[in-house]
Design a protein around this ligand. Structure first.
Ligand code: ADP
Length: 359
């Protein structure tokens, strides 16, 4: 994989007794966007800082565009890694104008080429007429665009973005995120995005790496990590999820909401039900009961208690109105099938191999 945009090979980094990055392995193809997502403290920023060269690995190797930049002993300086960095605080130089900020990484070029590239990038981020302004004369979104133009202007081999949209308000955030992804794609620049926001990760990444406690727990395309999570942690972190016990049913496996496939392998399993998987109809003799409802704008999410006492959620159109206490029949939405995940850290799931046979 020496030709890949980025190769992180069994990299470990500890701070005292805290192993922030634990034997991580991941490669990035040319022009690929990787979203690195996980809860606070799972090691995302440390991994990004190792790639940037702001930290040195204890063990393992990092290669950028085929060049080894850290092998645990020799460490290449950040400015010699040909990377673009964008952080949440957009760190512009306050005493330089927008144009001077963008030109900062182009000092080795002649004046006319530098000015030409600078206006090219300011035009691309939609700030062609802002060159003479100072950072304090810009909105948060505009500052973030300048930071992006500054990082992209030297044509980096790799872009590293650490929570780049976190300081923007939600509407602006979605728009700037779309603009940034478009720009990275248009320039064919591979990038690693760090975010703690699963929606952002699903929307930006060609692939998503879900981190937990210093390790990558699952790496896959967005639909894979959302619809085919491997562990209970990934299922729960990537979206609203309820977990149901699994029982053996003849040769197959069954939950209260219907059958499912349980892959081979070790570990206790539980079924994942997402709110869009579950529907219900009022029925006097229904075995489930509505015990909660939450209005979320486009949908209302109902909480159902099934006959066994298990709780699931059901997202319904705002046109559906059901009172608390209503008896209902719960079912899977047509075409939906539950997935089984390894219930790795709790003892609430049933071990598929040992659970009781209903016959
Ligand atoms: P994330 O970006 O996912 O929130 P970090 O990479 O910042 O997580 O941190 C991972 C772990 O490493 C945390 O336990 C954090 O406290 C610890 N850590 C990060 N940087 C340092 C540091 N410079 N010194 C000591 N501990 C650190």
């Amino acid at each position: 994989m020496t030709g890949s945009a980025l190769a992180i090979d069994h990299v470990t980094k500890a701070f005292g007794a805290t192993v922030a990055v634990d034997d991580v392995e991941v490669t990035l193809a040319d022009a690929e966007l990787l979203a690195l997502v996980g809860p606070s403290g799972c090691g995302k920023s440390t991994l990004l800082r190792l790639v940037a060269g702001l930290l040195a690995a204890d063990r393992g190797t990092i290669r950028i565009g085929g060049t080894t930049v850290d092998d645990g002993t020799r460490v290449v300086d950040p400015e010699r890694r040909h990377i673009g960095l964008v952080f949440q605080e957009h760190a512009l130089f306050p005493h330089l104008t927008v144009a001077q900020n963008v030109a900062f990484g182009l000092r080795s070029l002649g004046r006319s080429e530098r000015d030409g590239r600078c206006s090219h990038w300011l035009d691309l981020v939609g700030l062609g007429s802002y060159g003479r302004r100072y950072p304090h004369e810009l909105s948060g979104g505009e500052r973030q665009r300048v930071a992006l133009a500054r990082a992209l202007a030297p044509a980096p081999r790799l872009m590293l973005l650490d929570e780049p949209f976190a300081s923007l308000d939600p509407n602006l955030r979605a728009q700037i995120r779309g603009d940034v992804v478009e720009l990275l794609r248009a320039t064919g620049t591979p990038a690693v995005f760090v975010t703690h926001d699963q929606v952002e990760a699903l929307a930006t990444g060609d692939r998503v790496a879900v981190m937990r406690a210093g390790r990558i727990e699952q790496l896959g395309d967005p639909t894979e990590v959302f619809h085919r999570p491997r562990t209970r942690f990934v299922a729960g972190f990537m979206g609203d999820a309820s977990f149901l016990p699994i029982a053996r049913d003849g040769g197959g496996a069954m939950t209260e909401l219907g059958p499912l496939d349980v892959p081979d392998g070790n570990g206790e399993r539980v079924a994942v039900a997402r709110p869009d998987d579950v529907t219900f109809e009022p029925a006097d003799a229904g075995t489930a009961e509505i015990v909660g409802a939450e209005f979320r704008g486009p949908v209302r999410v109902y909480t159902l208690r099934l006959a066994s006492g298990a709780i699931v959620h059901s997202a319904r159109s705002h046109l559906v109105r059901a009172e608390l206490g209503t008896r209902v029949d719960a079912a899977l939405v047509a075409g939906h099938r539950l997935v089984a995940v390894v219930d790795e850290h709790t003892a609430t799931g049933l071990d598929f191999d040992t659970c009781s046979d209903p016959d």
